[in-house]
Design a binder for this molecule. Structure first.
Ligand code: NAD
Length: 262
């Protein structure tokens, strides 16, 4: 029998990119998958790609920044599968801009998706996750450990997710719920992905990649399997985390000398 056979895994923002790769990694292990995203057209293609694996796939459009949509998704997943073992809070957006250029609407949108979205979805899913003594996973970022220039809003939201997870881990430990955080480094992006300028307009991705979505997904699966608290990804990400602990001052100097595009 496959490792995740009979278990149900829900991944937010799973129509493409890292979220899809995480869903596929669990599907390969035999899990039933709940795919959800705001991009309805991509969801059906993603569902088709998972049809070769043994588990069932259920899809539903869900904007995580809408609390009632999160509740509706969990209700639908329960009606379909009767259980939920793993929730991966992956849906996320990014602003790459100097703080002074960031407009309130763009800031609000980012926080609503990256932070509140994970809170809404986790709260909706908790009764089912608790019943299975399952896992709540948060996709944060290396920049949630050490904020980067032009990343004030994004990095803050990712740092807040780690903080949120810390609190939940202690609250939910006695109920047997695992809470894990994965912090990817720069990862290859889908060709259609854009980030936002400070005014919310789209901006192309211009940066090197040090990991792949499949690489991140493999780490998420291991984190859940071993019920670990955190995994920091990529050699640069691990070095950044260590340097941030040892000498944040030195890291300030390194980052100040580097024009980071996104
Ligand atoms: P992506 O844009 O390719 O995928 C994100 C998915 O989330 C998209 O399918 C998008 O439609 C969906 N989404 C956006 N807003 C949503 C909403 N309100 N509700 C539901 N779904 C929504 O991005 P990615 O590179 O695969 O990133 C996935 C996650 O990994 C994000 O949380 C991101 O911050 C994080 N991350 C990415 C990198 C990287 O280098 N790509 C690095 C660190 C962390």
């Amino acid at each position: 029998m496959s490792r995740w056979s009979g278990q149900v895994v829900l991944v937010t923002g799973s129509a493409r990119g890292i979220g899809f790769a995480i869903a596929e990694a669990f599907a390969q292990g035999g899990a039933h998958i709940v795919l959800s995203d705001v991009q309805e057209d991509l969801l059906s293609a993603a569902r088709q790609k998972l049809s070769r694996y043994p588990g069932r796939v259920f899809t539903q459009v869900c904007d995580v920044s809408d609390a009632s949509a999160c509740e509706a998704l969990i209700d639908a997943a329960q009606a379909e599968f009767g259980r939920l073992d793993v929730l991966v809070n992956n849906a996320g957006i990014s602003i790459v801009a100097e703080f002074e250029t960031c407009r309130p609407e763009a800031m609000k949108k980012l926080v609503e998706v990256n932070l509140l979205g994970s809170m809404y979805m986790s709260q909706a899913a908790l009764p089912l996750i608790r019943a299975q003594r399952g896992s709540l996973v948060f996709v944060s970022s290396v920049s949630g450990i050490r904020a980067i220039p032009k990343g004030a809003i994004y990095s803050s939201s990712k740092a807040a997710l780690r903080s949120f997870a810390e609190s939940l881990r202690v609250e939910l430990g006695p109920a047997g719920v695992h809470v894990g955080v994965v912090s990817p480094g720069f990862t290859t992006s889908d060709g259609a992905k854009t980030v936002m300028n400070g005014d919310g307009s789209p901006r192309p991705i211009e940066r090197p990649a040090h990991d792949t979505p499949a690489g991140v997904a493999a780490q998420v699966v291991q984190l859940v399997r071993h019920r670990q608290r955190e995994r920091v990804l990529t050699p640069l990400g691990k070095a950044t985390a260590v340097l941030q602990r040892l000498s944040p001052w030195l890291l300030d100097k390194v980052l100040a000398g580097r024009e980071l595009k996104n």
